[in-house]
Design a protein around this ligand. Sequence first.
Ligand SMILES: [Zn+2]
Length: 894
Amino acid sequence: MRIASALLAATITVAEAVAAAPPLEPGVSRELARWRARHYADVRYALDVTVAAPVEKLAGSLEIRVRLRGKPVDIVLDWRPPDAGALSGVDVNGRAIAKPHVVREHLVIPARDLRSGENVIELRFESPIATAGTAVTLYRDREDGSEYVYSLFVPSDASTVFPCFDQPDLKARFALALEVPAAWEAVSNAPAAETTARGATKRVRFRETEPISTYLLAFAAGPFETLDEREDGVAPQPEARLWVRKSRLERARREAYEMFLLHRQALGFFTEYFGFPFPFPKHDLVLVPEFPYGGMEHAGATFLREESVLFPFQPSASDRLRRAQLLFHETSHQWFGNLVTMRWFDDLWLKEGFANFMAAKATEQLLPEHSAWNAFHQLKVAAYRTDATRGTTPIWQRLPNLSAAKSAYGNIVYSKAPGVLHQAEFYLGEDAFRRAVQAFVHTHAYGAADWNDLVRAFEAASGRKLGAWANAWVKRRGMPTVEAKWDVDGARRIKRFVLSQSDALRGDGLWPMRTELLVAGNGAAQTVPVVLNGRTATVPELVGQPAPRYVFANHGDHAYGRFLLDDTSRAAVIADLAGVPDPFLRALLADALWDEVRDARLAPLAYIDLALRQARSETDELTVASLVGRAHTAFRWYLSDAQRAAAAPRVEAALADGMANAPETGVRITYFRTFVGAATTEDARRTLKALLAGTREVPGVALSSRERFRVIERLLALGDPEAGALLTAQAQADPSDEGRRYAYAVAAARPEPEVKWRRFLAFLDDASLAESWVEESLAPFNTVEHEQWTLPFLETALEQLPHLRRTRKIFFVDHWLAAFLGGQRSQEAVTTTKRFLREARLDPDLRRKVLEHLDGLERTVRIRAAFAGPAPSEPRVSRRPMRRRSRRAKRPRT
Ligand SMILES: [Zn+2]
């Protein structure tokens, strides 16, 4: 009886709640999404779309079928048309709606026009296609005059193209038909079912998809060529093809075998790991020129940035590894992301964390010649950089509206989340972890889930209560600082050994973890596993043992946090590093020393010398890249001008020696790239020009056009008198699409205020400038040696953030901030940014992004204050006139 009345009460509450949709606001609110997921079901879209030449718009008809679960309620579709978007011919259940009700980016069909059960809405729509700023992008191949279009809807841009329920958990079946010029090919999520010629055009009808989220719907069309892996007559499942624009067919042929092989191996690995077959009927790999990210895992049709696959330079081993991992990452998404989707973008980490963690696991098994966990560690380092800042977030990020979803993308989701999953596996054990993952995938196949579902699966598989563990790692921001302390007796034997943790952001956070201590004595080192669930843990196993030379508290890199070296250990690690036999441990220790530099406890000059010396004896390309990369950062950012001038000859000599004499080609490539970045002296400029002229070479390395442009960029930045002529010559030598883009980008490195001004105005105002061209230009524009010319743009660049978040693709704001703040070294830049944060009315997500990127600049200033002498050189800046002009720069667009 009590149960019955409780049920009745619940029913009444639901019945009352169905009366109306939540108040509508622009974008997709969490509340609206929840409400729709409760009331709508069985969504199907039939999209019939035409892309006609000249390519300016996409026009089509749409039929949406949606079942209302109970009494009729309003149907609220998301419709965020850009300027040229239009809607017409709206018809609901066969009845025309004369004046469609569009309110705050939603098309609302009132309940009175609807019925219980299935409803059918038909309409026609138009939306623009442009080279930048639209969800369907046009790419013009200037080499052969071809045009290509592709869609990119993540996170919620499908609703800028056609009305839809633009939330990840209202999965739908899509039946897409594309009418395109007759010479074009078209690819989408599902296999093509039928192609009909219609004179100058043709219509490609695709099969209906499995239930997928709107952000995973995609198509691309143009005079593509395809490569098929079935040349030997075997028909592997799922079918896979490589799509490439026709002017890159030959290049693609050279890479196709390795791509297909890795892809096929990855499919096998993931099918076995997840215990679930590939969830879609085929998997196309579509190479998209100037695609804004490495890849996007559209269900059954992964889009990959063409340059990430068809290298525009001679690749090093690490470049090949990165490409393989990109492919593994996107392929694993077909299960984690596409088959099981996060319910809301607050759980973005579920798919991105898993994709990067699974890419590491696949690498470990499929590419044993690479150090998978060294690469994984480098990934985690990016997360530590963010997690140490006041701009950091928990990996689960509160997201009231999808309008801020782009800000959820960043190091925490891509680098911390996989690190936490790695720790989860170590904490729970590999078997329990895998059983949980398989159960999670099976339970939520073709549906949506959130992190609580995953934690429940972990608990069921391990038989452990994980509430506190999950809350700390998923919902708390920041990370632990872990320190080891020990006391010794008169015979220098350990009396007591304690591992302790504190909150790196000086809060009171605690993170339950399992880690492995490395205790190095005068003889062999030993490892001791420790569970640290509270503030401290004692390690009784070590009592009575001789005092260690040094201790490192994250051997094997299973745990996540800051693992500090105490004073004794720091000195011993500096002395012993070269003699540590395990290459992965050497990499971890070198990294711990770099943290000491970043915390202003170790002089950057000391690190530069140590890193360059250590790099000579390393053979793992990743470790060499990390060592010389950090030496490069310390050299250009952390030294005073006087220190840099004094150190330059020996830094350049060490890098030049590596690029000439390192035994592995990939390592020589790594040295070469670093030498180009660090070149400062007249002598180094002569070397760069000799490399361009071919009178000097990097043995075994043919300089690509990409690299020649990089060399010229550095010469331009240094004000070399011959650089302008070299740029003109290289631009003439390489008239390809990429060559035009590089030429445009590197010209931003000219040390001339007028050039910077013109370029900055173009970033803001030139609507025809492709996003990839702007992105490519950001680093040369913000060359750190030009800080006196770029500082005046900083404030306006910051003021642009809300506009950039709205109009640019996902990672653009991060790249923009990294470039503009990363191009500064002065206290004045810190002051400008802090004043902006005080005065601007900025959304919290953007404020956090600024704080995140400001941290690196503040560290630079601190390190220079500590080690670069009493009066670090400050750029001389005339702010006033520049600010006036910057105001003009942000006039409203017409
Ligand atoms: Zn991903």
